[in-house]
Design a protein. Structure first.
Length: 292
């Protein structure tokens, strides 16, 4: 080829194998997922690679699926696992590590889910009110426009109407606010249904709070002092009598120790007197023996 071309360019052999598509990757048996592959490495390791395009997994659920999944029927049965020795062993093994975390999650998750659903329902109510007001405004505006249109048609009756006088095509208004009202009606029914279900699952304390928040706040404020007062009146006399018995016992023990100390002192004094008297008698006896 050199005698046909003025210049010959020699390209170096590529050291890297790049995928044909910018979103493609190499999936190898040994090295895993790689954006590119070295020829030296793949020849030395004898690895097998395939060019693929990785697409993220996207799952679409319609709103009916979410509502049916969250709305639990009143009477339902849940299939439970039979209580076996293996289950007991697993529970005892994991109790120390995950008891607190699991209990907190089980308690807080339904509460957070209920709070989220309540917030969503409140937002939907506000949106319902806003759309209803906007629909009423559009309907009143359309009625005013149609009324003006009829008046202008009467004014230009001799010319054949407003459109003929303006030499334009006549525009017709199609009222579709009825669809909006129907959709909002279904939304209100669903909100009322969820609100009734939420009220049915509420405890008596939550029901009191919803009906009269000030009474519930007052009750929760004075509940602590009332409970302490009742406990004091119930167990206070027993505790007071027990304290009196303990103090009385201590005082009696101290009094006995004091009496014992005085008694031992008097006994020692008597012994000293007797010993002195014995010495005097012995001395007198010795003197009598010397005289005789």
């Amino acid at each position: 080829m050199q005698f046909l071309c003025n210049r010959t360019t020699t390209f170096k052999e590529a050291e890297w194998i790049i995928p044909s598509s910018p979103n493609a990757k190499w999936v190898c048996m040994k090295s895993g997922i790689n954006p590119c592959i070295s020829k030296k490495v793949i020849n030395s390791t004898a690895d097998f690679c395939v060019q693929v395009v990785i697409i993220p997994r996207v799952i679409y659920h319609p709103k009916e699926y979410v509502l049916n999944h969250q709305n639990t029927p009143d009477h339902h049965l849940v299939k439970r696992e039979p209580f076996s020795t293996l289950t007991l062993a697993v529970l005892l093994t994991l109790a120390g590590a995950g008891a607190g975390t699991g209990a907190a999650a089980l308690i807080s998750q339904p509460q957070k889910l209920s709070a989220l659903r309540y917030s969503v329902d409140e937002d939907l109510k506000k949106i319902d009110e806003s759309i209803t007001a906007l629909t009423n405004s559009v309907r009143s505006l359309s009625e005013a426009v149609l009324q003006n249109r009829r008046g202008l048609d009467l004014l230009f009756w001799q010319q054949g109407g407003l459109c003929v006088a303006l030499k334009e095509e006549c525009c017709t208004y199609v009222d579709k606010t009825g669809i909006v009202f129907d959709t909002l009606g279904e939304l209100r029914k669903q909100l009322e249904k969820r609100e009734k279900e939420r009220e049915a699952h509420q405890s008596w304390y939550e029901a009191w709070f919803n009906h009269s928040p000030w009474f519930t706040t007052l009750l929760s404020t004075i509940a602590g002092p009332i409970i302490l007062l009742v406990l004091g009146l119930t167990f206070g006399p027993c505790i007071f009598n027990k304290l009196i018995e303990i103090v009385k016992g201590r005082l009696e023990a101290a009094h006995l120790l004091l009496i014992k100390a005085k008694y031992e002192t008097l006994e020692d004094t008597d012994k000293d007197d007797e010993l002195e008297w014995s010495r005097v008698e012995l001395k007198r006896y010795n003197e009598q023996n010397k005289l005789s």
